[in-house]
Design a protein around this ligand. Structure first.
Ligand code: GNR
Ligand code: NI
Length: 177
């Protein structure tokens, strides 16, 4: 299997709208396994194909404590949303930033599983947040889009600097006394 590179904000490729998957085959299942491996290694609780530069409607999630409840969603559609809830969100494509985001509290989602079989799931809590966050990725949307332009630009500038200078920000450069 393969650990895939995760695109980071403000990479324009994260703005691509993903298209439906028409054939759920063994090649796709190999890619799905690499997405799980990449998500668990990061570590993260979800990963959208868009984040690894594959612009098809596919996402993987595992919100369990022991990383033993993998969920794969192909061509997911939210058919029902209810209530509003604010949760602190992070994103592997926006590393190091966490902000309160408003989402629907409970949702119903329809999708295909990794065998191409349709299923429907109604859920709340972190799983509902994560599903909405991942579907946003498939639509080219990031959680920073819900923030004020000022906050979003601050985050963008910090990540652009890290991209340019390398991630070393806090280390001491002179001799330690
Ligand atoms: O690992 C992740 N944690 C998280 C926490 C709160 C709300 C959403 C998420 S998803 C994120 C992984 C990710 O970036 N998926 O796209
Ligand atoms: Ni994300």
């Amino acid at each position: 299997m393969t650990i895939l590179d995760i695109l980071r904000f403000p990479d324009k490729r994260l703005r691509t709208k993903a298209t439906d998957i028409t054939d759920v085959n063994d090649d796709l299942r190999i890619f799905i396994a690499s997405m799980f491996e990449t998500m668990y290694a990061a570590p993260g609780i979800g990963l959208a194909a868009s984040q690894v530069n594959f612009h098809k409607r596919l996402m993987v999630i595992d919100v369990s404590e022991n990383n033993d409840e993998p969920l794969c969603f192909i061509n997911p559609i939210i058919t029902h949303k209810e209530g509003v809830e604010v949760t602190q969100e992070g994103c592997l494509s926006v590393p190091g930033f966490y902000e309160d985001i408003e989402r629907a509290e409970t949702i119903t989602v329809k999708a295909l599983d990794k065998n191409g079989e349709p299923f429907e799931l109604s859920t709340g809590d972190l799983l509902a947040v994560c599903i909405q966050h991942e579907i946003d990725h498939l639509d080219g949307k990031l959680f920073v889009d819900y923030l004020s332009p000022l906050k979003r630009n601050r985050i963008r500038k910090k990540l652009e600097r890290i991209e340019k200078d390398g991630p070393v920000q806090t280390s001491q450069t002179g001799p330690t006394l």
